[in-house]
Design a protein around this ligand. Structure first.
Ligand code: GTP
Ligand code: MG
Length: 195
């Protein structure tokens, strides 16, 4: 899947702008600045496919990428703090929730969690929504290059404990770094299995 073409399809700002639900898709959700867009770039080996930046609130639309006509990869706006006007943020948060709860072809949501911090209160709300909507999700720890192995253990324990309360969660975590490439082959294999 990742050896073939990967194209930007469109940025969606309202539910009626979603592309036709004619194939399965996976999405990348998580707090603002957790590394969603960077992870898509790292997974696809395309530096600037999705726009990443140090400013939380960079991605403000639902961005669709087409993996060879076989699967959509979906980059979502973040939740939590964002460097954008309140009204604008509210609008994309509503869209994000409608999407997560109501996209029929959404096969799996990858919920990204910063490996330095573990899950936060604002993650619990989204995980609850995924449970309620019966969208299977899998936690992906990001930025593992920024954590000492000795500190990572405690975060892993906390993350596993938090996930155990969520019926829609896959128990296995994926540990990644878009910087070093750690965990990317595993995540590519999981995504490739979805089509
Ligand atoms: P929003 O679109 O604002 O919700 O953010 P995002 O989740 O898409 O985050 P983005 O990919 O834009 O990355 C945010 C910042 O984290 C950027 O400065 C990235 O360079 C940095 N970053 C992302 N992944 C990693 C990683 O694995 N390691 C390190 N060290 N930095 C990372
Ligand atoms: Mg982004």
């Amino acid at each position: 899947l990742f050896a073939g073409p990967m194209d930007f399809v469109k940025g969606v700002v309202a539910m009626d702008g979603l592309p036709p639900a004619d194939r399965l898709e996976v999405c990348f959700a998580g707090r603002s600045n957790v590394g969603k867009s960077s992870l898509i770039n790292a997974l696809t080996g395309r530096k600037a496919l999705a726009r990443a930046s140090n400013t939380p609130g960079r991605t403000q639309e639902i961005n669709y990428f087409d993996a060879g006509g076989r699967l959509y990869l979906v980059d979502l706006p973040g939740y939590g703090f964002a460097n954008a006007p309140v009204k604008v943020v509210e609008k994309w948060q509503r869209l994000l929730k409608s999407y997560l709860a109501g996209r029929q072809t959404l096969r799996r949501a990858f919920v990204l969690i910063d490996a330095r911090h573990g899950p936060k209160a604002v993650d619990a709300e989204i995980l609850g929504l995924l449970d309620k909507s019966a969208v299977p999700f899998q936690a992906v720890l990001t930025k593992t290059d920024k954590v000492k192995a000795s500190d990572l253990e405690a975060v892993l324990t906390r993350t596993r404990e938090a996930l155990s309360k969520h019926p829609a969660a896959y128990p296995e975590l994926v540990l990644t770094s878009s910087e070093t490439g750690a965990g990317l082959p595993v995540l590519r294999a999981i995504v490739a299995q979805m089509e």
